[in-house]
Ligand binder design. Structure first.
Ligand code: ADP
Ligand code: ADP
Length: 237
């Protein structure tokens, strides 16, 4: 079975006010992601990409359909079980979502404290992770003093702290310049190849998916309208 199995999933937001239409953010989506893949989800703003990712990470409930993560059906799961599922999924964001007044070390440590990992083991993992992302010498630097690319490296280290099988990258390079984007994409390739993490890359930047994704999924108005390898999808008229 695939690592992520999305079957006939719909997410409808209620009308914002009386008389308004409900918003069908995700419509009847079917999508499977195999362990070890890097899958790109592309589409214009409003296509439903972020909503789909929030459903996979169980940050919001689906209106209907089935989502299996590593064999566990998450639609309708209790909050306690959902927390366990979320621990197996890391996320990185366009605006990094770091504690800017804390150090690099403190940011990577946070999810480990929440997960109840003892201090000694936390320390070992943090040193390993910071070495992996190339920030071992910045452990005690405050995040607000880092460049955008460095901040995203911290974001990646933090996301990997609990050793998730899946990394969801939501517009993770959209705030970075082209050179820094290439660096971060290279790091994500290493996360995939060396650590075996399955990665979903959500972006409106076609160049990004073309360069990194094994497979591309195109969304439009809440639906998956096309799937295939990057070459096939982008060479169509
Ligand atoms: P994308 O990530 O592709 O830009 P989104 O998933 O953010 O697309 O949005 C898809 C649609 O769902 C848009 O029409 C958006 O306005 C709507 N939407 C997203 N989140 C909410 C929400 N919390 N409440 C109501 N509508 C929402
Ligand atoms: P990016 O383009 O990825 O955001 P930059 O290297 O262009 O990264 O840096 C963004 C801003 O952060 C610049 O104004 C830069 O001077 C500043 N900056 C970068 N590194 C440091 C640092 N170690 N301490 C303080 N400011 C920094």
């Amino acid at each position: 079975m695939a690592l992520i199995e999305i079957r006939d999933v719909t997410k409808t937001y209620p009308p914002a006010r009386r008389g308004a239409e409900p918003v069908h953010a995700v419509r009847e989506v079917d999508l499977s992601v195999e362990a070890g893949e890097i899958v790109g989800i592309v589409g214009y703003s409003g296509a439903g990409k972020s909503t789909l990712v929030r459903l996979v990470n169980a940050l919001e409930p689906a209106t209907s359909g089935s989502i299996r993560v590593d064999g566990t059906e998450i639609v309708g799961l209790s909050e306690r079980r959902l927390q366990q599922v979320r621990r197996g999924i890391g996320m990185i964001f366009q605006q990094f979502n770091l504690f800017t007044s804390r150090t690099v070390y403190g940011n990577v440590e946070y999810p480990l404290v929440v997960a109840g990992v003892p201090r000694e083991e936390r320390h070992q993992r943090i040193v390993e992770l910071l070495t992996f992302v190339g920030l071992a010498d910045k452990a005690h630097t405050h995040v607000e003093q880092l460049s955008g690319g460095q901040k995203q490296r911290v974001g990646i280290a933090r996301a990997l702290a609990t050793r998730p099988a899946i990394l969801l990258a939501d517009e993770a390079t959209s705030a970075l310049d082209p050179e820094t984007t290439v660096d971060v994409l290279n790091l994500l390739r290493r996360v995939n190849a060396d650590l075996g993490v399955t990665i979903l890359v959500i972006t409106h930047e076609m160049d990004v998916v073309r360069s990194i994704a094994d497979r591309v999924v195109v969304m439009e108005a809440g639906r998956v309208v096309e799937q295939g390898d990057a070459f096939g999808v982008f060479s169509r008229p």
